[in-house]
Ligand binder design. Structure first.
Ligand code: NAP
Length: 287
């Protein structure tokens, strides 16, 4: 079997087009566009690029996107005070704290300070808790939301499917597992202590690889006809991105597969924009 490619670039474009329409409707109804503030507390070059992209792409869909770059020496108390200001600002619907933070700022304090209703990265304990409780309406982390959209676009049957997620981080593995469970998949989560990873993966109708280990998932890990979502993004010495899945070997067995780059990657910012629009709509509906 030659797997069909799940084209993240094209699907992300479709998501952005939908968001653009939703933003125009929101702005017409409420006299202002949804507002997204992206907080950056470091000069880390990768983070600067990521946050600039988020600002640019939110403005491209008609939002009021703002990069709020704070000096690397900003104290934890100053950052929390700044987040409190944004929480109180009615024109701010989404707040994203770019990770990693400098080591003198505790990540859980910063993420926990964001108003859960504005937590468009889905990393506040309230949103993680709502997701774990299977309650609809929680803002879920962007990459997992994007993975679910890829599966939906492929028409992959989730209810009743056997799903295996490799990786259990709060950012990726765990929330993907919760989202799959919410749609009635039978979910296993594998991690670095998992025994016989191959055998577990081979049972998966839906396999999500989010370990950050290039070629961890070989062809012998893939069930014939599976949908394979490769979240992994590791940059090699030449600067080229590698996924967790051996793409050629897996393509020979899978029905659907995401490439790296061009699969899950482009979905993440598109899902951030979607979350921001959802947050804006939910906030005005709650008034
Ligand atoms: P992370 O916090 O380092 O978590 C990695 C997870 O993989 C951990 O749960 C770890 O297990 C597990 N793992 C590591 N080695 C393993 C092995 N040999 N077998 C089975 N499980 C193993 O990373 P993350 O933030 O979740 O990111 C995962 C990957 O996704 C990275 O490559 C990252 O760059 C990529 N990513 C991509 C996007 C995107 O937009 N495409 C967004 C976010 C992340 P333990 O818990 O036991 O340590």
């Amino acid at each position: 079997m030659a797997a069909k490619i799940l084209d993240g670039k094209a699907i992300a474009q479709k998501v952005r087009d939908e968001v653009r329409e939703g933003v125009a409707r929101f702005a017409a109804a409420h006299g202002r566009p949804p507002g997204l503030d992206v907080l950056l507390v470091s000069g880390d070059p990768a983070s600067v690029t990521h946050t600039r992209n988020k600002e640019r792409m939110s403005n491209e869909v008609g939002m009021r996107g703002r990069l709020r770059a704070l000096p690397a020496e900003t104290t934890e108390a100053e950052l929390l005070a700044f987040i409190a200001e944004l929480n109180a600002d009615e024109t701010v619907d989404g707040i994203l704290v770019q990770l990693p933070l400098p080591s003198h700022i505790r990540e859980h304090r910063a993420l926990g300070a964001v108003d859960p209703a504005k937590d468009v990265d889905g990393l506040h304990p309230v949103n993680a808790g709502l997701l774990a409780l299977g309650r609809p309406g929680a803002l879920a982390p962007c990459t997992p939301v994007g993975c679910m959209r890829l599966l939906a676009e492929a028409g992959v049957q989730i209810a009743g499917a056997r799903a295996v997620v490799v990786g259990r981080s709060n950012l990726v593995g765990r929330p993907i597992a919760e989202l799959l469970l919410a749609q009635h998949a039978t979910v296993s989560i594998a991690h670095s202590r998992t025994r016989d990873l191959q055998a577990i993966c081979r049972e998966a109708d839906i396999l999500v690889a989010a370990a950050g280990k290039p070629k961890l998932i070989g062809g012998d890990c893939i069930k014939e006809g599976a949908a394979v979502i490769d979240v992994g993004q590791t940059r090699n010495e030449a600067g080229k991105l590698a996924g967790d899945v051996d793409f050629d070997a897996a393509s020979a067995r899978a029905a659907w597969i995401t490439p790296v780059p061009g699969g899950v990657g482009p979905m993440t910012i598109a899902s951030l924009l979607e979350n921001t629009l959802r947050a804006a709509e939910a906030r005005v509906a709650a008034r």
